[in-house]
Ligand binder design. Structure first.
Ligand code: FES
Ligand SMILES: [Fe+2]
Length: 534
């Protein structure tokens, strides 16, 4: 029987072409030195390859003792380095054990030894060796798990180092003479305190919205949904508003509550660019002025209105008290894409929780098993890779680029290679793509108005298929429903005191950055983290 045949019979994952005799002894450093002995004549031949393979120092005595201690980045990196060294050493020990067992098997089956042993004895010896081999295989699996854990730790270290570099860079910029040292340091410190090492402060369903969060332009409706004679009611930061078009065709946004007896105005109608209340007929223009008051007369009646603007197919409002910013961001799909669907869906969760969910892709193979992630395998490591100043980046191993657009937008481009197959290619390597925009408007503390826009850079013919819109809505709702039951559950737990950001890990990077950004806004940081000007 050859060595190879013996190994195969015992399911050994090794192949040795010659029949070596191995001689092992402890090295001076505490590792193992291995010498291979070739040839029937017993001449000892040192094989430097084997020797170097096992001549590795046992690192266990040098591992830093840090259990339960809080480590800075350098100390943590040192621990990760020892982890890897230990995995390496351990894996070599496993191989060595299997090789020793293999050698024993060879000895048992040696034709010379066989002459002096009964079949019964040989069977017994082989059975004993099989048990030892099974144990060795178990050890190999444990080593595999250790390597996976060490890789996870390294990925986390990578995050920390990256965040540290980013913070150092911000500090350098904040310390320049052009900024105010006092406020800059304060804002930087506040960001440091919020770094994703530990649980994050989560504003959301349990606390009122911070007024500073209102000082942004918010998209609230698609232009195509606002005809000349229609109204679009919506809630924004816990207040009811209604959109309609004035005499000039420009959109206006006024409070959806009549000044007279608080009747909801959207139940009325639009006449000549004015909203008419359905109760007693008072009429309001786009700046909230009551311009008509049938059967009675009162001067200077006005309801609240918001700055309102239309750009690139969307209607935006400014709900904050600060003067509106001069520029609105562009949410257009990239060149070459055509918009195929624009949907508005009311979601019964706080907008931050929905954003956390949309900025996370690692949940897909567990949550979206009936829709887009059906049949996906679970990768050994999921990462969100982001350039230096990152609210945008791409997912590894998925061909998906993603960006958080302040204050409440998620933009993503998904590369499609084959239907239902996403892994293994970058977005650029895919020939066809789907672009998504999710706007998560804060309606109330437990309600989000989701504006969803879907664009494709292929199959323009789909736009001409009747009722396609209903199909897109059906798909979008199916995917959302898979998330919703989980996010509603998170919200319930938050209301009972749980923190949904108790233990962020490396693939939570983008969600954590959203929280860091939002906390900085609420704390009034002079310079917001991750902004493109950084
Ligand atoms: S409540 Fe609107 S006019 Fe009376
Ligand atoms: Fe999801």
């Amino acid at each position: 029987m050859t060595v190879v045949a013996t190994a195969a019979a015992l399911s050994l994952p090794i192949y040795i072409s010659k029949s070596p005799k191995l001689n092992f002894r402890k090295s001076a450093k505490g590792g193992f030195r291995v010498f291979a002995v070739f040839g029937e004549e017993g001449a000892i031949e040192r094989k430097s390859g084997w020797e170097t393979l096992f001549d590795v120092e046992d690192p266990r005595t040098k591992v830093p003792q840090c259990k339960g201690k809080f480590l800075d980045v350098n100390q943590a990196l040192e621990v990760a380095r020892y982890d890897i060294q230990y995995c390496d050493w351990r894996a070599r020990q496993d191989v060595l054990t299997i090789m020793l067992l293999h050698e024993k098997v060879v000895e048992v089956l040696n034709p010379l030894a066989r002459d002096y042993k009964s079949i019964g004895t040989m069977k017994k010896e082989l059975a004993g060796l099989q048990d030892e081999l099974a144990e060795a295989h178990r050890q190999v699996h444990i080593s595999e798990a250790r390597v996976a854990t060490a890789l996870d730790k390294l990925a986390y270290m990578e995050e920390l180092v990256h965040d540290r570099l980013l913070q150092d860079r911000n500090t350098a910029e904040l310390d320049t003479p052009s900024t105010s040292p006092g406020t800059s340091t304060q804002s930087h410190d506040s960001i440091n305190r919020r770094s994703p090492k530990k649980s994050l402060n989560v504003s959301g369903p349990t606390q009122p919205y911070h007024p500073r969060l209102k000082n942004f332009w918010y998209p609230v409706a698609f232009s195509s949904d606002l005809k000349d004679d229609t109204m679009v009611p919506f809630d924004c930061f816990e207040e009811p508003w209604v959109l309609f078009r004035g005499k000039d065709g420009n959109p206006g946004c006024i409070r959806n509550t009549c000044a007279h007896r608080a009747c909801p105005l959207h139940l009325g109608s639009v006449n000549n660019g004015r909203v008419q209340c359905p109760y007693h007929g008072w009429e309001y223009s786009t700046d909230g002025k009551c311009e008509k008051m049938p059967s009675t007369r009162l001067q200077n009646v006005k309801i609240k209105s918001l700055p309102c603007f239309e750009k690139e197919g969307m209607i935006w409002v400014w709900p904050g008290n600060d003067p509106p910013a001069a520029n609105l961001p562009s949410l257009q799909p990239p060149p070459g894409f055509q918009i195929h669907a624009e949907l508005v869906i009311e979601i019964p969760v706080e907008h931050g929780l929905l954003l956390d969910n949309l900025l996370d892709l690692a949940h897909a193979p567990f949550t979206h098993t009936s829709t887009f992630a059906k049949g996906w395998s679970v990768p050994s490591l999921v990462k969100f890779l982001t350039p230096a100043s990152g609210l945008q980046g791409y997912w590894d191993p998925y061909p998906i680029d993603m960006e958080f657009g302040p204050p409440c937008m998620v933009l993503s481009t998904i590369g499609i290679s084959k239907p239902g197959k996403l892994e293994g290619q970058s977005t650029r390597e895919c020939s066809t793509h789907l672009h998504q925009l999710h706007v998560c408007l804060p309606s109330t503390r437990q309600k989000t108005r989701l504006l969803y826009r879907m664009s494709l850079d292929f199959a323009p013919v789909l736009k001409n298929i009747p009722f396609m819109h209903y199909l897109w809505r059906h798909f979008a709702e199916q995917v959302l429903n898979e998330d919703l039951r989980l996010v509603i559950g998170q919200q319930e737990r938050m209301l009972n005191g749980a923190n949904i950001w108790n233990m962020p890990v490396s693939y939570d990077k983008l969600g954590v950055r959203y929280r860091v950004w939002r906390n900085a806004v609420e704390e009034g940081a002079k310079q917001l983290p991750f902004s493109k000007s950084n």
